[in-house]
Design a protein around this ligand. Structure first.
Ligand code: UD1
Length: 423
């Protein structure tokens, strides 16, 4: 298993190119099931999760070509298998995004239940209730979700008014794709507003869907009989950008994040500034640098445009070396502090009380052998390593590879002493 070795204490200076957003790419790829295509996705990142989604779509019968040099994914062809097996779904929860498209277009689907994961139980009840409100019959057996459209799968889903009791990115995406091919109008109320949702709406509309309310929490979808192929460019990864912003801030250098934008960072940019980090929009992207010292600020994770839960671990690494205390409250997932004991092993002073972590800044962290079982937690340990005295070895790098493209190369190119150790 590969590991990453970081020797801390170097300032980062230079430019980092931000790739296409993983969390936009995954639902965008699922639209390949809604049409014979071709759906062409540009600015596609080269990540383990993208390969997993490509594998899942191929076993449904699609042709998925990933031209890595051109950063383009091309999806086309016919679906000949309506089952998403456990072995693929358990690797990545976003696999459940095939459910809505399959049942809307083919009248039935059988998809493994994703089950729990390292950051919490993460149920899919909102996905299923929404599909039921659109006329699907859902049964669960042997760990699988069976979904069937009306008339024993021969009819089409119908529109309806779906009020989400809780904001869910994945459920909003699944139901948007289903509604695009349903009979009549579907209204999604209290829908997620993440930029990745807007990106999905833009692609669906380019494929012939009729969606209104883009960027708001109220989406209106008028179903159409069929969708066609389209060509779409994936938005830049706001979480990758936010992560490298933390890298610049924790080392005290100045980094230009090429392609990143302020709006997509939501409340995270504001919080960074409060902590003493300069974040400026420039024609090529965003520049990030530390002003004087870092100071502790409180933050609470919320759906977009609030502070993203996917930035909580990285921001905690930053707060670990800030002056004063900060309180980071996690409201989205119930168990998303597994980086805390590892950061503490590096000399951080963090206590967890329920859903809040109290971080008391220390002058210096020290390198250690660490590991984490979640993507964002893993990268927070790399960030801590950049600021730590001595050597940090981050184990189980495959978590990082799910969502960060060549993290060690990108950091090394701006001056970090970091390398991948194969094995
Ligand atoms: C997506 C992101 C993930 C991010 C999360 C929150 C992708 C591929 N993943 O995950 O990186 O951390 O949004 O911004 O885009 N919930 C239910 N029932 C459901 C669905 C969700 O109770 O049917 C709960 C979840 O357990 C969680 C909350 O709702 O507590 C938000 O989850 P959701 O927005 O659905 O996250 P994902 O789409 O899985």
């Amino acid at each position: 298993m590969d590991r990453i070795r970081v020797r801390g204490g170097r300032q980062l200076n230079g430019r980092i190119a931000i790739g296409g957003a993983k969390n936009a790419a995954l639902p965008l790829m699922a639209t390949g099931l809604l049409t014979e295509g071709p759906v062409v996705l540009r600015n596609a990142p080269d990540l383990a999760d993208i390969a997993t989604m490509a594998g899942l779509l191929r076993q449904h019968g699609l042709s998925v070509e990933h031209d890595k040099a051109a950063r383009t994914l091309t999806l086309s062809g016919n679906v000949n298998n309506l089952e998403a097996p456990y072995d693929l779904v358990r690797k990545m929860r976003a696999s459940v995004l095939v459910l809505g498209p399959l049942v809307a277009r083919f009248g039935r689907a059988r998809v493994s239940l994703p089950g729990g994961c390292a950051i919490g139980t993460r149920p899919v009840d909102l996905h299923l209730k929404g599909l039921e409100a659109m006329g699907a019959t859902i049964t669960l057996d042997a760990g699988y979700i069976n979904a069937e459209a009306p008339n024993g799968g021969k009819g089409r889903l119908h529109g309806g008014r779906i009020l989400f009791p809780q904001v869910s990115v994945g459920a909003t995406e699944n139901l948007l794709m289903a509604a695009a091919l349903a009979d009549g109008v579907t209204e999604l109320v209290n829908a997620a507003r993440e930029p990745e949702i807007e990106d999905l709406c833009l692609l669906l509309n380019a494929m012939g869907a009729k969606i209104e309310g883009l960027g708001t929490d109220r989406l209106r979808v008028e179903g159409v009989a069929e969708l066609h192929g389209a060509d779409h460019s994936i938005i830049p990864d706001r979480i990758e950008a936010g992560t490298y912003a933390c890298a610049a801030a924790i080392t005290g250098g100045e980094v230009l994040l090429e392609g990143a934008g302020l709006t997509h960072l939501g409340a995270f940019a504001r919080t960074l500034r409060e902590a003493g980090v300069a974040v400026e929009e420039v024609p090529d992207g965003l520049t990030v640098s530390r002003l004087n010292g870092l100071h502790g600020v409180d933050a609470m994770t919320e759906p977009y445009p609030g502070f993203a839960t996917d930035m909580q671990a990285q921001f905690m690494a930053l707060m670990a070396v800030a002056e004063g205390a900060s309180m980071l409250t996690e409201t989205i997932f119930e168990n998303r502090f597994m980086h805390v004991p590892e950061l503490n092993r590096m000399g951080a002073r963090i206590n967890v009380h329920g859903s809040s972590a109290i971080v008391r800044g220390v002058a210096r962290l020290s390198g250690a052998q660490v590991m984490a079982t979640d993507l964002r937690a893993s990268v927070s340990l790399v960030l801590a390593g950049l600021a730590a005295e001595g050597e940090t070895i981050v184990n189980r790098v495959y978590h990082l590879d799910r969502g960060y493209e060549r993290v060690e190369a990108k950091l090394a190119a701006v001056g970090a002493d970091v390398e991948r150790i194969a094995g």
